[in-house]
Design a protein around this ligand. Structure first.
Ligand code: S3P
Length: 432
């Protein structure tokens, strides 16, 4: 994909797809609930389709329509073992959540993925489940994972890695365990799973203390389906937000965007950098916060973000780094260790690619330092993405300012935002 400099700004109302995290959960949770669930505005990207196909393979009746799917759930123990390996492509969310859910089922499963997913850490979800008596066998700590049927026991699990994927995998396992399972988060992460489970009638007790959370799950209570409207994805919106901020003469409006307070660090960070962002029409639907957002071109300043921001916006550092490259003062983003184990080593790719674009930046002890300048001399316009969708989209936005940039392996964008290029071009982008 080639991303070229744009002249006239980014203007209009982009069509942002449904939220990826909520879309996965909108397949998983109704599939183990009772009744019919109509899911509107579900994201139809590669990652979510892997989750969808997994549940079809496990016997769930799912009907697909253009913008919605209809799931007929038959309860906590209604899934059937798949007669083949469950292939999850690039999707870490599918892998962690399904490892948890399937460890408390009465059949064996094998989970596999693409090369990138097969190199990501899975002991982080396997180990706490093994403490709950699960029989899980990873391959050197990664996929393929073999899950044997086992009767899980309630336990108290203290999470040391801040991860909504691990928490959600454990919650899904605990739903099918007789007794009281405690999951303790020492740093609060996105809470879409808890929100959806509570609205489907799960027996959860949640206590919050500062940035800590204790979730008690009283298992083996059957869930009852209700319809879901998936809000649009703030993480996908962030690429458009930053493109409008850094390109002059821009004005965009994003509608129906998920503004969950455990996920909206990018808004707080950009506001700290002086971004002209207006959040309006604030409302709730399915207990998720939603709003519309107006963005106009802005003169950004640099800022320092502590590690507490990482839990609120882990997926947005690639695009935030692009914004920081066009600020009028340096930025430091601290505590980015988890960026190293995403779809790629994102911290490394941010630094290498920015340096190739001529930006003075470095990472030190998992902190990222960016020293912006007024003019960039490109050293190498080939952007290496290691098939990471967010690196590809972030540097596509970089290209709108300093292009042409040649973004390698940009097909990965289909994992979360298949219409990205068309949407950007419709609003004034020069992507081919
Ligand atoms: C996700 C959680 C995050 C995030 C990922 C989606 C989820 O991962 O990076 O894109 O849907 O729960 P971690 O929970 O592992 O940080």
């Amino acid at each position: 994909m080639i991303s070229n400099v744009i002249r006239g700004g980014i203007n209009g109302v982009p069509s942002i797809p449904g939220d990826k995290s909520i879309s996965h959960r909108s397949i998983i949770i109704p599939s183990i609930s009772n009744g019919i669930c109509e899911v509107n505005n579900i994201l139809k990207s590669d990652d979510v389709l892997h989750t969808l196909n997994a549940f079809k393979d496990m016997g769930v009746n799912i009907k697909e329509h253009k913008e919605k799917i209809i799931i007929q759930g038959r309860g906590l123990n209604s899934l059937k073992g798949s007669n083949k390996e469950i292939y999850l492509g690039n999707s870490g969310t599918s892998a962690r959540l399904l490892t948890g859910l399937l460890s408390s089922q009465k059949f064996k499963s094998v989970l596999t993925g693409d090369n990138s997913l097969s190199s990501r850490p899975m002991k982080r979800i396997a180990d706490p489940l093994i403490k709950m008596n699960a029989k899980i066998y990873t391959t050197n700590g990664s996929l393929p994972i073999n899950i044997e049927s086992s009767k899980l026991k309630p336990a108290k699990i203290n999470l040391t890695i801040p991860s909504a994927q691990i928490k959600s995998g454990l919650l899904l396992a605990a739903l099918n365990i007789k007794g009281e399972t405690h999951i303790i988060e020492n740093k609060i992460t996105r809470d879409h799973t808890e929100i959806m489970l509570e609205s489907f009638g799960a027996n959860l007790e949640i206590q919050k203390f500062d940035n800590k959370k204790v979730i008690k799950v009283f298992g083996q209570k059957e869930l009852v389906s209700s319809n879901i409207d998936v809000p649009n994805d703030l993480s996908s919106s962030a690429f458009f937000i930053v493109s409008a901020l850094i390109n002059s003469n821009s004005n965009i409006i994003l509608t129906n965007i998920n503004n969950n307070p455990t996920r909206n660090g990018i808004i707080l960070a950009l506001k700290k950098m002086g971004a002209k962002l207006k959040l309006f029409n604030k409302r709730t639907n399915n207990n998720e916060n939603i709003c519309d957002i107006e963005v106009v071109s802005s003169n950004l300043n640099g800022c320092e973000l502590g590690p507490e921001f990482a839990d609120l916006m882990i997926d947005e550092y690639p695009i935030l780094a692009i914004a920081a490259s066009f600020a009028d003062s340096p930025s430091v983003f601290r505590g980015l260790k988890e960026l190293r184990v995403k779809e790629s080593d994102r911290l490394n790719l941010i630094v290498t690619n920015l340096q190739n674009c001529g930006v003075n930046c470095k990472s030190e002890n998992d902190d990222l330092f960016i020293y912006p300048s007024k003019n960039y001399q490109i050293k190498n316009n080939i952007i290496k993405t290691n098939f990471d969708h967010r690196i590809a989209m972030a540097f596509c936005i970089m290209g709108t300012k300093i292009g042409p940039l040649n973004i390698k392996d940009s097909k990965s964008i289909n994992t979360s935002f298949p219409t990205f290029m068309n949407e950007l071009n419709n609003l004034g982008g020069e992507i081919s």
